[in-house]
Design a protein around this ligand. Structure first.
Ligand SMILES: [Zn+2]
Length: 551
């Protein structure tokens, strides 16, 4: 696409030469998305996501299939009492069963009972599916579509028609596929959504077919694509560029098999690259937050490489890139991270050049330049520590402590004289962990003992007991999480472990790292760094006064 090759046009500047008109965004995270492996929403999860999507500015939210399970019926009951503020809620279901009237089909009735402003139904458009899976006459299938849409239209404000397997059907028998969707349109559907149910169609085919249909039918067309050939997003966009005005998908691409078209890049590309109107003008800047929220509620690990919103989407590691990015962000970024609510990260590693160090130093108001001896010494130290098994990518506070040491702004707040951890199991009860810590602060020695839920917690409690009288600000700092992993160290004889400790106060969060062949020792180093950084970090006003008070 020509606009992608031109960074001048795409640098987060919403102005674009193409003006494609308005595209409706239809979210099916709560219905098709919940079919994805590992996705299991409780009723409360569904309520939270629906409210978040509504707040985000989504046009349509498909809440579930009332005929398929009691949880979805309950969801629509709750939504009657707590209606959405902006989005149109849709209940999803199928065309009536063969050989009866839609009005007499209890599953179709359940869609009406959901009392949503929109009902979406799917029907078949592939002759092979009709005769082999549904096992009915081709004409009866057309009648099922016509009757169901027409009945629902008389009961509900808006009927969306999803044409299942449309592209496969059209390729086998275009006339029959068109007859099926034509029936839905004549019966009153507001839009005909063309589904690539198996996800195997290519973007050029989608473009050609949608273009042909625009010539054959005077209907509004929408897209519902799947990612089985990694073309879910590309197919949705190809359909829109050929004239579709509505797109269905899920947040983060959740969905059966390889997932649905991911609405996150669909929305970003429509607005930032292709010049289409969609949602509110500020919605695109909340994409990162929305993506994280949905992963959080679904309890799934975020895809760090997800386009636009992943943690790594604007992370720069190679020294030469960092150097250029600092001079001009467009050198290695196709849009600015801010326009999708993401942020730029400069990763510290042995691959980094002096530029990464210089960019980090600026935060500390340190005047380092790329060629200075301190910068070179710091790079050498980072390389050595990485060789030992350290990684600063997820523990930037430990790196900042090294930076402060190089710049002479670091002060040692206490000396560690020793620590001990005892884990004792008595009978069948929970094991008890007790830690003893001995430190010297201000020329005085403190020996403290504390119990905890495991060694890291016990050591943290004992260290706090020893230090709080000297550094009362520690009361505001807490350990929030820690993770331990085994690292492969080149030439290492014993396996090493790396512990990352997450700490936070009222406003900030930071992470520190420790490495050792012993898990408790690795955790201890990370813990000491976490406490030290909390008291010394440059953003905090308080540590300076603490230092003065303590001499
Ligand atoms: Zn689907």
């Amino acid at each position: 696409m020509s606009s992608e090759a031109n960074p001048q046009k795409a640098g987060g500047n919403h102005a674009n030469q193409h003006s494609g008109g308005r595209v409706e965004i239809y979210d099916t995270t709560l219905r098709d998305g919940s079919q994805g492996e590992g996705v299991n929403f409780s009723l409360e999860d569904k309520m939270r996501i629906a409210r978040k999507l509504d707040e985000f500015g989504m046009d349509y939210i498909e809440g579930g299939w009332p005929g398929s399970n009691p949880k979805d019926i309950e969801f629509f009951e709750r939504m009657k009492r707590e209606p959405l503020k902006h989005a149109r809620l849709a209940a999803f279901g199928s065309t009536r069963r063969p050989g009866r009237k839609a009005a007499d089909d209890e599953l179709v009735r359940m869609l009406v009972d959901a009392q949503t402003p929109v009902v979406t139904i799917f029907g078949k458009s592939w002759d092979f599916q009709v005769t082999h899976a549904l096992k009915v006459e081709l004409s009866e299938n057309v009648e099922m579509i016509r009757d169901t849409v027409s009945f629902l239209k008389s009961e509900v404000g808006e009927v969306v028609y999803d044409a299942e397997h449309f592209f496969d059907g059209y390729k086998h028998n275009p006339d029959y596929a068109v007859e099926c969707i034509g029936a839905a349109w004549e019966a009153g559907a507001s839009i005909l959504v063309l589904c690539d149910t198996n996800g195997g169609t290519m973007p050029n085919e989608v473009g050609e077919i949608v273009h042909e249909l625009r010539g054959r039918l005077g209907a509004r067309l929408g897209m519902h694509t799947h990612d089985d050939a990694a073309c879910g997003v590309a197919n949705a966009l190809a359909g829109i560029q050929a004239g579709a005005v509505h797109v269905q998908g899920t947040i983060n691409g959740y969905g059966e098999r390889c997932g649905n078209a991911n609405l996150v890049p669909v929305i970003a590309n429509l607005r930032l690259k292709l010049g289409y109107e969609c949602l509110r003008s500020d919605s695109v800047s909340h994409l990162t937050g929305l993506s994280q929220f949905v992963d959080e509620v679904a309890n799934l690990s975020p895809n760090t490489r997800q386009a636009y919103v992943g943690k790594s989407a604007f992370a720069h590691k190679a020294g030469v890139h960092v150097d250029s990015i600092m001079k001009h962000s467009r050198t290695y970024e196709h849009v600015s991270p801010e326009c999708v609510g993401n942020s730029r990260r400069m990763l510290v590693s042995e691959l980094s050049g002096g530029s990464t160090i210089v960019s980090k130093a600026q935060k500390h108001e340190l005047d380092l330049n790329k060629k200075s001896p301190q910068t070179r010494a710091l790079l050498k130290r980072v390389a050595e520590m990485e060789h030992e098994g350290y990684s600063f990518e997820g523990a930037e506070a430990s790196f900042e402590l090294l930076l402060m040491q190089a710049a002479g702004t670091y002060r040692k707040l206490f000396d560690v004289e020793g620590f001990r951890v005892i884990v004792e199991q008595r009978g069948a009860g929970e094991p008890i962990t007790e830690a003893t810590v001995k430190v010297r602060v201000e020329g005085e020695t403190r020996l403290t003992v504390a119990e905890g839920d495991g060694p890291v917690h016990a050591l943290d409690s004992a260290l706090r007991k020893a230090l709080t009288e000297f550094y009362p600000d520690l009361c505001d700092i807490r350990l929030t999480d820690f993770k331990v992993r085994v690292v492969n160290v080149r030439e290492g004889t014993a396996a090493k472990v790396r512990t990352i400790i997450d700490s936070a106060d009222h406003e900030n969060a930071w992470s520190t790292v420790g490495v050792s062949t012993n898990m408790i020792e690795a955790s201890w180093h990370a813990l000491v760094d976490g406490v030290t950084y909390g008291l010394l970090r440059p953003e905090a006003e308080k540590p300076a006064s603490v230092l003065q008070e303590s001499g």
